[in-house]
Design a protein around this ligand. Structure first.
Ligand SMILES: Cc1ncc(C[n+]2csc(CCOP(=O)(O)OP(=O)(O)O)c2C)c(N)n1
Length: 284
């Protein structure tokens, strides 16, 4: 990644964070923590890595994204809006009646969304099927599958991973967002995932662990994954739930945040203003 594209990815991550905070503040609540932890990955994917045409979302040769942890939809919607799939104003209709942006991604409603998700685990199987179909068609497109660490409680994930590994689907890059928390506590307390890199290796994957908040590290891991010829590939993202906004990183219950106290509202507004300043500084 050149300095330019790295800067683009970082700027996009800042915009995603700003938009996620703004839309959830406008909505009064929403899945903040797990949206912010994948902002940097979304920045690298849409800022540099993906092959897409925002004006032709069904372009045959596009890369596919499956956000299996579908509750982080706001981060994906922000990435899509900032990448030109639809107008940014639409973000403020999140979860409203008749919206094209339901809280969880719907492939029949959202331009750029190829797979409906929200029921944890299911996206792993559908992504596996998409990658297998692309392989059969001789396509060079990739499927980027994003899974949560808490989501791994679903046995379906391990069945899908076994299928991906067995078929050596190196066109399906599996990202595990290891932000150490799930809905109601620390992942290790709810159901310990143990060492995710070792576990993925045991399943037959080429697996690495990277700082999921670092655009350069993410890009290097993606390039490494793309160079793997003979096995499935997984990138475990070492992330922080709520990443990028210290107040929300430190909030224990930051899975779905209610913006209903002056303190939380002020902190969100302060963070949005700080991100706006960063964005304006980068674009000046
Ligand atoms: C099958 C299923 N069971 C339960 C839920 C409710 N639920 C939504 S998010 C979540 C926690 C997910 O944790 P994780 O994958 O770590 O998400 P992150 O921390 O990255 O937001 C749960 C249990 C669901 N959406 N689907």
């Amino acid at each position: 990644m050149t300095t330019d594209t790295l800067a683009t990815a970082r700027l996009l991550a800042a915009k995603i964070r700003r938009d996620v905070l703004s839309m959830l503040l406008d909505e009064g609540q929403g899945h903040l923590g797990g949206s912010l932890s994948i902002a940097d990955l979304m920045g690298v994917l849409y800022g540099k890595e993906l092959r897409y045409d925002a004006k032709n979302p069904h372009w045959e040769d596009r890369d596919r994204v499956v956000l299996s942890k579908g509750h982080a939809g706001p981060a994906w919607y922000a990435a899509l809006a900032e990448s030109g799939f639809f107008d940014r104003d639409v973000l403020y209709t999140l979860n409203d009646g008749g919206t094209m942006l339901p809280s969880h991604p719907d492939r029949l409603k959202v331009p750029g969304v190829d797979m409906t998700t929200g029921s944890l685990g299911q996206g792993t199987s559908t992504a596996a099927g998409m990658a297998y179909a692309l392989r059969l068609k001789g396509s060079s497109s990739y499927v980027h599958l994003i899974v949560g660490d808490g989501e791994l409680n679903e046995g379906q994930c391990w069945e899908a991973f076994q299928f991906i590994a067995h078929n050596r689907l190196n066109n399906c890059i599996v990202y595990i967002d290891d932000n150490k928390k799930q809905l109601d506590g620390y992942t290790k307390d709810v159901m310990n995932p143990f060492d995710l890199v070792e576990k993925m290796r045991a399943f037959g994957f080429h697996a690495v662990r990277v700082n999921g908040q670092d655009a350069a590290a993410l890009d290097a891991a993606i390039q490494e994954a793309k160079a793997v010829q003979d096995s499935a590939v997984a990138i475990v993202l070492d992330t922080v739930k709520g990443a990028g906004v210290p107040f929300f990183e430190q909030m224990m219950g930051n899975h779905s945040v209610k913006f209903n106290t002056p303190e939380v509202i002020d902190e969100a507004k302060r963070a949005i203003a700080a991100l706006d300043a960063v964005i304006e500084g980068s674009e000046a």
